[in-house]
Design a binder for this molecule. Sequence first.
Ligand SMILES: [Fe+2]
Length: 439
Amino acid sequence: MLDRVEIRENADRQCGDDEHDCVADDLLTQQIVSVVLPSPGLGYDTPLSRAMTDYQLAFKPAIGLYGQHDPSAVLFDDGTPVFGVEEERYTREKHATDTFPEHAIRACLDHRNLTLSDLDRIFLPYEPQLRGKIASHYVSDAIRAPGVGRKLSALEETLVTQVRSRFVPTRQIENRLESIGSPVPPVETISHHRCHAASAFHPSGFDEGVVLTLDAKGEYDSTVVWRGDEDGLTRAYTYEHPNSLGLFFAVVTEYLGYRMFNGEGKVMGLAPYGEDNPEIESVLRDLIDTGTDYDVTDLTKRWGTGHGVEILEGEFGRPRNETPGDFDQWEKDLAHTAQKLLEETVVDIAETAVDQLNTANVALAGGVALNCKLNKCVRESPHVDDVFVQPVANDAGLALGAGWAGQPPSAVDRQTDVYLGPEYETEEIRSTLETHAAR
Ligand SMILES: [Fe+2]
């Protein structure tokens, strides 16, 4: 029986780099294997049981080639998550942007009194080499930077990033891990959307289903339609960056005065206070196409939201709102309309996928799947039988998916809660509340 390293190497031989993640992961799904179970009666904290147990750590770094926000870590014991936490819970900085999850990693290790050398493997939820698929987009984005100096700087950064992605994709992460302990166990990278998809399908309890991963951007992909079944996940359709529903909603979020990747839930909450507004809807429909063949790139073709906000300011003849939380009826109507077009698009993608992939279960993940009003619309579609949403649908949930992605879905228990984090005694909670005079 092949072990994971052999499987990965065989996959590398069987495919070009562009197909690296799909073929390798398919092989992993089909052939992965066995774990050595601890002997009954042995405690997990003894050196003997530790040596006989297959521990893996999955984490979302949020530095360098591995995204910018929501770092987290999850410890797996024989493929089952036993502890997981977001870095922001320790740093107390929301989303812990541009942060390596050292606290979360150390908490995972401490949970079972482990060191890095006790781990069988580390999983990262990005496949940096896949960035090369849209290298031309990164270059053209850099060329558009204002001024010669910034243009050259952006081009240099883009080139360096492409080289690092291709030739030393995990070096920065391994360097950071060495400050926690050594030797660093083998590090395996798995594509971003595959991890989102596994985080939704594997714990869904579905025998088969459509999986929608709805995001701002993975390595090159923004929305992916998958088919999940007992053999694992098969990518059915990809909407490449910058055709991104996450960025579309982020542009509206910034235009209404909130921060992207942070205030989207507030825009969703504002939407019910608005009404249908034909003028707003007409302008937005001229800017974007909705439905299965959606196209939002007029607003999202440059990374970030600045370009899209400028377009909205020009088209609507209104500046960006500078007083978030203080909205007039027009702004409420805009939130209502943006939410309406998002729902219209995702429901159409879901219904089309249900019909084409011949399964009526739908699992959802990716940051856009935090939009619970949208999820309700999918659930209420007459084409859909059942829906499962990964509770940690945003990037913090990637660590869960990275740990599950190599397992057969049937090996993963149905997820019924998210209580994987630190525990506190009642007295400890009471004492902390009294110390801070909280009532
Ligand atoms: Fe993501």
